[in-house]
Design a protein around this ligand. Structure first.
Ligand code: NAD
Length: 464
């Protein structure tokens, strides 16, 4: 049976080959500017539709859905010409007389699969890079945020012909059908579990992949940290979007001597930043995830964990309040998984070697946070652990630093997004070498291997 998306795929492939492949940088910039204009003019609708999906408030939408995209577009507008310029490389002696350069060519027909937690940002962010690189794209937004998916579909149909960019809505079966097609690149954001399915499907066509996945992000607070500042930043990074953030702190490891004070300050900060009276708070996306989180809370408590703050919930609205838990052992179920909600377990340690052992015995995280004034401790953690991204004395804002690559490592992701790194994911770095006709250095070593040539080969093998 023919794949239901084959016609769309073929349409994009033909358009890419005939027109888009040779599109100028100015044409791409024009498209990015029109995308930005649409977003600026439709701010109200973007906020309304995301609110309909999971009651995310206007300020959080502006800060975490719209601003990152506007910034990403601006970054592309300022630097696209420089990123896409052919890069000349030098020639070693054996290549004397040749000229070589790297040409960034668009990969071609691409697929972008997005999650629900930042439903606009994480669908349109990679699209900016795809447009910048000169690719076509099929967007598959998450089925769990249907209002945002409709808005994205409307935006794309107003700005682009489907032969260039189009939206295919639906859940797992739609995604599975799309994954059968021989795309030139797949950019997937979602869970490690589905990331494996995507990579396996992509391998059938040897399609390159960017996998932006999740993980269990450790947050270390050492004995030198400024606890008021630390608590303020952890509470914001953890509970914004109700903890449904891939780079949110997953668990805290605090030095034993500072644990009591940190807990007190975390509670104070929760009451300041996310008071229970504030009903405009982002909700858990659906009853399935709400049920998963309330069961996890129950399970944590049944396995020796203690509730020290929060735990209020409402099945009618999928509301779950910022919740702090302590007396957590590494066997506790809450330590074993990515929480992806407003539950924050706190563990204590006595020395940083213990911390490193705990982190290195789990999958490499997407983000690692360290609160410390000691450069010795900062270097120790940086040198003895691995993570996709790290922020020291901050949480989550590294996502928005436009000059840093964003992505995981192994289990938390493959490939990098944002700015030039995103542009490169959608580009093929094609190497081009131009040789002159007639006598060249390389010809001096072609067979037959005379005694002189043998000596020459030894010379260039070991001396040049
Ligand atoms: P998910 O993996 O369940 O779904 C992501 C997308 O994949 C959706 O569009 C969905 O329709 C599709 N999908 C789901 N199951 C599929 C299957 N079997 N075959 C093909 N496609 C399938 O993830 P989610 O619940 O939407 O998002 C939460 C996860 O995403 C968390 O693990 C989080 O850490 C991760 N995440 C990572 C980043 C990042 O930038 N690294 C950002 C946001 C979320």
């Amino acid at each position: 049976m023919k794949n239901p998306h084959q016609i769309l795929f073929d349409l994009q492939k033909a358009f890419f080959q005939k027109e888009l492949k040779t599109s100028s940088i100015n044409e791409r910039l024009k498209k990015l500017k029109s995308l930005k204009k649409w977003i600026v003019n439709n701010e109200k609708f973007i906020c309304e539709d995301i609110y309909k999906d999971f009651e995310k408030g206007r300020e959080e939408v502006l800060l975490t859905e719209i601003k990152p995209i506007i910034d990403e577009i601006k970054q592309h507008i300022s630097h696209l010409a420089e990123w896409s310029e052919a890069k000349t490389v030098s020639a070693p002696l054996a290549f004397w007389g040749t000229k070589s350069h790297i040409k960034y060519e668009p990969k071609g027909v691409t697929l972008i699969i997005a999650p629900w937690n930042y439903p606009f940002n994480l669908c349109i962010g990679p699209l900016v890079s795809a447009i910048g690189a000169g690719c076509t794209a099929i967007l598959k937004p998450s089925e769990h945020t249907p209002n945002t998916a409709n808005l994205i579909e409307k935006m794309i149909s107003e700005l682009f012909h489907e032969k260039e960019i189009s939206v295919v809505k639906g859940g797992v079966s739609v995604s599975s059908d799309l994954l059968e097609l021989p795309f030139d690149h797949i950019f997937f954001t979602g869970s490690p579990l589905v990331g494996k399915i995507v990579m396996s499907a992509a391998s059938k066509n040897l399609t390159s992949v960017t996998l932006e996945l999740g993980g269990r992000n450790p947050t270390i607070v050492d004995e030198t940290a400024n606890l008021k500042d630390t608590a303020q930043k952890i509470v914001w990074g953890k509970f914004i979007n109700s903890g449904q953030t891939c780079i949110a702190p997953n668990y805290i490891l605090v030095h034993q001597s500072k644990a009591a004070d940190l807990k007190k300050k975390l509670i104070e900060q929760i009451e300041i930043q996310f008071p229970i009276s504030d009903k405009t708070r982002t909700k858990i996306v659906n009853s399935l995830h709400f049920g998963r989180l309330t069961s996890l809370l129950e399970n944590t408590l049944n396995n020796g964990g203690k509730l020290i703050h929060g735990g209020e919930n409402d099945t009618e609205t999928n509301f779950l309040s910022p919740t702090l838990l302590d007396s957590i052992s590494i066997e506790n179920p809450i330590f074993q998984e990515e929480i992806f909600g407003p539950l924050l377990p706190i563990m204590t340690y006595n020395n940083l070697t213990e911390v490193v052992d705990i982190i290195n015995n789990t999958e490499k995280p997407l983000a690692l946070y360290l609160f410390s004034k000691s450069s010795k401790n900062q270097n120790f953690i940086l040198n003895n652990t691995s993570a996709g991204t790290t922020a020291i004395n901050e949480t989550t804002v590294q996502f928005a630093q436009p000059h840093l690559p964003f992505g995981g490592v192994n289990h938390s992701g493959i490939g990098k997004a944002h700015g030039e790194f995103g542009f490169q994911e959608f580009s093929n770095s094609r190497s081009v070498l131009k040789q002159r006709v007639g006598f060249t250095t390389l010809k001096t070593i072609s067979p037959p291997y005379t005694n002189f040539k043998k000596k020459l080969i030894r010379f260039i093998t070991f001396k040049v």
